[in-house]
Design a protein around this ligand. Structure first.
Ligand code: GMT
Length: 376
């Protein structure tokens, strides 16, 4: 099968899931064409069956705002025709699903049928989608797709509550390839971050306000009062400066390592004992799943789809948004003894297994089959 994948190329979860899905499909022998404005961060171009088409928006003095959606539409039409794609799978509703619909219409006028699968990832629905300036387009694009998936049952519920949806939405949770985590072992970074054997707490995000990174630091501060601990913060974004300011004011910056953006998260997860994800909302929480796959218990909030990923009392604990005390107590409960920490590490991995590739990928293949696309 020849599949076009449209995604954001950045470090966000939607781009990561789209890229991993494409790579796994390519490994099965399908021909995958990624279409985006820049090379997706986790995409290795020298992979068999993988192609990348860049959407380049030209600068023109008349355009105060560059018409990305139109250029994307033209690119989709051209790639579908030239590469003879069977299917387009768009990740994130705007502008990908609406551009895909427009491309479908153009292709139809030339006698070409193009089925569109749209995967909703979260912020397209939970943040942007609730903005009146996007709502009609998102509703239309969802209703006009040939298949729609949501990454959690909670996201599906949210979508049905906030939009006038007239078509079914399938829940296909995000996945992880557990094989890639099999040989993850603590490395030299462990002694670099925690030279005296301190506990290592970590967090990965894009540091947007929705991630509440300041809560990570508050929970860390609470744990640090009880035992020697270090915090490793991975990622970058708008809240990083204020978090740095806060740790300077509190005088514990020496215990916090700011890693910034990295493609190799596994290298850091391999050394961590505890993962904190205190998000305001999270449609799924791919970062938590990646941590669990690495055998790290997760302290998270109970918002959005997080309870579908992190099992309270098993792979970690869930608390209300902003409840620092509860998150700190839960963290301390896990790390109170090496035996209990070890038990939670094993359980975190066991929970992650539920989202292992062989359990999820067939669901996408079934969906594609349902669109009457010949499978190779
Ligand atoms: O979390 C972000 O801000 C990025 C965003 C994205 O679209 O890349 O992540 C969303 O999609 C991920 C992959 O499906 C989910 O794991 C994240 O939970 C979701 N983020 C939010 O809902 C805030």
């Amino acid at each position: 099968m020849k599949i076009g994948i449209v995604c954001y190329p950045t470090y966000g979860g939607s781009g990561v899931v789209a890229t991993e899905l494409g790579l796994e499909m390519a490994a099965l022998g399908h021909e995958i064409h990624f279409i985006s404005y820049s090379q997706p961060v986790r995409l290795d171009l020298y992979t068999p069956n993988v192609h990348y088409h860049e959407v380049v928006v030209m600068d023109y003095p008349l355009f105060e705002y560059s018409p990305y959606e139109l250029v994307l539409t033209s690119k989709l039409v051209s790639v579908v025709k030239n590469e003879k794609l069977d299917l387009l799978h768009v990740h994130y509703a705007i502008p990908h699903a609406s551009a895909a619909y427009m491309a479908k219409k153009i292709l139809r006028s030339e006698g070409i049928h193009l089925p569109i699968v749209c995967t909703l990832h979260g912020t397209d629905i939970t943040l942007l989608g609730k903005d009146a300036s996007f709502e009609p387009v998102i509703t239309f694009a969802i209703n006009k797709s040939d298949a729609v998936t949501a990454v959690s049952a909670d996201l599906k519920k949210d979508t049905l509550e906030h939009f006038n949806i007239s078509r079914p939405i399938d829940v296909i949770p995000n996945f992880i390839n557990m094989k890639r985590y099999e040989n993850l072992k603590p490395n030299g970074l462990r002694s670099q971050f925690a030279p005296n054997g301190e506990l290592i707490i970590t967090h990965v995000s894009n540091f947007r306000p929705v991630k509440r990174v300041e809560d990570v630091v508050k929970v860390f501060a609470g744990v640090r009062k009880q035992m020697p601990a270090k915090l490793v913060l991975i990622g970058d974004g708008p809240e990083r400066y204020s978090v740095e300011q806060e740790c300077r004011q509190q005088g514990y910056c020496d215990d916090i390592h700011f890693i910034g953006k990295t493609k190799n998260i596994g290298r850091f997860l391999a050394n961590a004992d505890l993962f904190i994800l205190p998000s305001q909302t999270e449609s799924f929480g791919l970062a938590a799943l990646e941590a669990m796959a690495a055998g790290i218990p997760v302290i998270s909030t109970n918002s959005g789809g997080l309870p579908e990923v992190n099992q309270h009392g098993f792979s970690g604990f869930l608390s209300d948004v902003g409840d620092i005390e509860s998150m700190t107590l839960h963290a301390l409960e896990i790390v109170q003894s090496p035996e209990i920490l070890q038990q939670f590490k094993v359980q975190a991995k066991e929970q992650a297994m539920k989202f292992d590739l062989p359990n999820i990928l067939p669901q996408y293949l079934e969906l594609y089959k349902g669109l009457h696309v010949p499978l190779v």
